[in-house]
Design a protein around this ligand. Structure first.
Ligand code: MEV
Length: 437
């Protein structure tokens, strides 16, 4: 039976690995070596990674790939993508090439407002909390002057403070909704620091408010935190072309466009389809969010909440045919940064920004929306034509061959054979077995 451990974080890295091997990996004689194999031989680079989190033991590699030929608002980009899913980069590259020949992607930022809330309890009269809020509002602003100074100098900072009464849903529950402009920063630290300071001032000032004193009822802050739901930080990306331009040697443009639009309508109507549809979009978005050192959990949470904003969960993309013009577009709420966090710390993240030609946050929002739209185009195009397994399994073939420890020659033969034969797990295994006699 394993025992709890205390003071674990204070142990050295070697000691932590030893402890892990002794307590949880007794049956694996290679465990220590596996963990150490992934250490970087450049000690200062390794130290940088060790310091990202607590209790680092090793590094966990994911492929860093590139999808070229993205024409966005007339400018060419190659998108750095970090993902483990075999077909994602290939699909993105395909969609980029397809639209490169049809005018490329257009993208625009609609709004850039972030937000956070000070959630509090108040069991007195609605009038008294409203009166107090009006009185304290300037003091809340004043109290964050020093936190806001640099952000304000660059043109950002706190925008608005609103009192929201939710006591009809949860007894005594109110919050202060604060909106912010955080420019090129994702803004989580800035927003949270502002909120915590304002919450402190709010409670302190409440103690001196006469009506509260008279009734001996004071507001009590429960918590202060930014929201990852950012429907006021919105970007739109679009592709369009004449229906006949969609014709390829494999399909007729009109038929394809109609089936494609139908597939989007299905994803708008049925949540079971919408979730997978949007997952495909996030294959592209997350890969780029990861490559640029942004917080993919925040982006995921916000995007899916947005997909459910109309009280049901639906597609994040839209498509229509009007006057023989096919238009396909996406709208995404994205709070991302090009400064702060990992963006300037992780060497590969820095490189990703160089590859993207040093975008600011608004430009990054546009590129991300395009990545999502392109990924969705590639997925839905496959789904309504060949089915996805053909392309997916082709890309997955190498994983199956690696699982079976195929040699270089075996891989070459398999790749050749599966150009004309359908790939499945069993057909790849059978092929190797036959080859090996
Ligand atoms: C697989 O990772 C993503 C897809 O399922 C997305 C979709 O169904 O639209 C292909």
């Amino acid at each position: 039976m394993n025992q709890p451990v205390s003071g674990f974080s204070k142990k050295s890295k070697e000691e932590k690995i030893e402890w892990l091997a002794e307590n949880y990996l007794q049956n694996n004689p290679d465990s220590v070596q596996i963990l150490k194999k992934y250490w970087n031989e450049d000690a200062s680079l390794q130290q940088l990674h060790d310091d990202f989190i607590e209790n680092t033991l090793s590094n966990y590699y994911l492929p860093f790939g590139i999808a070229p030929n993205f024409l966005i608002n007339g400018k060419l980009f190659a998108l750095p993508m970090v993902t483990e899913e075999s077909s994602v980069v290939a699909a993105a590259s395909n969609a980029a090439k397809f639209w490169l020949e049809r005018g490329g992607f257009m993208a625009e930022v609609i709004s850039t407002e972030k937000n956070g809330q000070i959630h509090f309890n108040f069991f007195g009269s609605e009038k008294s909390i409203e009166a107090f809020f009006e009185e304290v509002k300037p003091k809340l602003r004043e109290s964050i002057q020093s936190i806001e100074k640099n952000m304000k100098a660059r043109g950002g900072g706190l925008l608005e403070l609103l009192l929201i009464d939710k006591s009809h849903i949860l007894d005594g529950y109110y919050y202060i909704h604060a909106s912010f402009e955080t420019l090129d920063a994702m803004g989580a630290n800035f927003i949270n620091s502002c909120l915590e300071q304002m919450a402190h001032t709010f409670e302190e000032e409440a103690r001196n408010f006469e009506t509260f004193q008279k009734n001996e009822t004071y507001p009590e802050v429960v918590m202060s935190i930014l929201s990852n739901y950012v429907p006021e930080c919105l970007v739109r990306a679009e592709v369009s072309c004449k229906v006949e331009e969609l014709t390829t040697k494999h399909y007729d443009g009109k038929q394809f466009a109609e089936k494609f639009v139908r597939a989007i309508e299905i994803a708008k109507t049925e949540s079971r389809r919408a979730v997978t549809h949007n997952k495909g979009i996030m294959n592209g978005v997350d890969a780029l969010v990861l490559a640029t050192g942004n917080d993919f959990r925040a982006v995921e949470a916000g995007v899916h909440a947005y997909a459910a904003r109309n009280s049901y969960y639906g597609s994040l993309t839209h498509a229509k045919i009007e006057n023989d013009l096919f238009t396909f577009w996406i709208e995404l709420p994205l709070a991302v940064g090009t400064v702060g966090g990992l963006t300037s710390l992780h060497p590969l993240t820095k490189l990703a920004f160089e590859i993207l030609q040093k975008p600011n946050a608004k430009e990054l929002m546009k590129i991300l929306a395009v990545a999502g739209l392109a990924q969705n185009f590639a997925a839905v195009r496959s789904l309504v034509t060949t089915g996805i397994q053909k392309g997916h399994m082709k890309m997955h073939l190498m994983n199956i061959l690696n699982q079976m420890h195929a040699s270089k020659e075996e891989k070459e033969k398999a790749l050749e054979y599966f150009i004309t034969n359908p790939v499945s797990h069993s057909s790849a295994v059978d092929f190797l077995k036959k080859l090996r006699g």
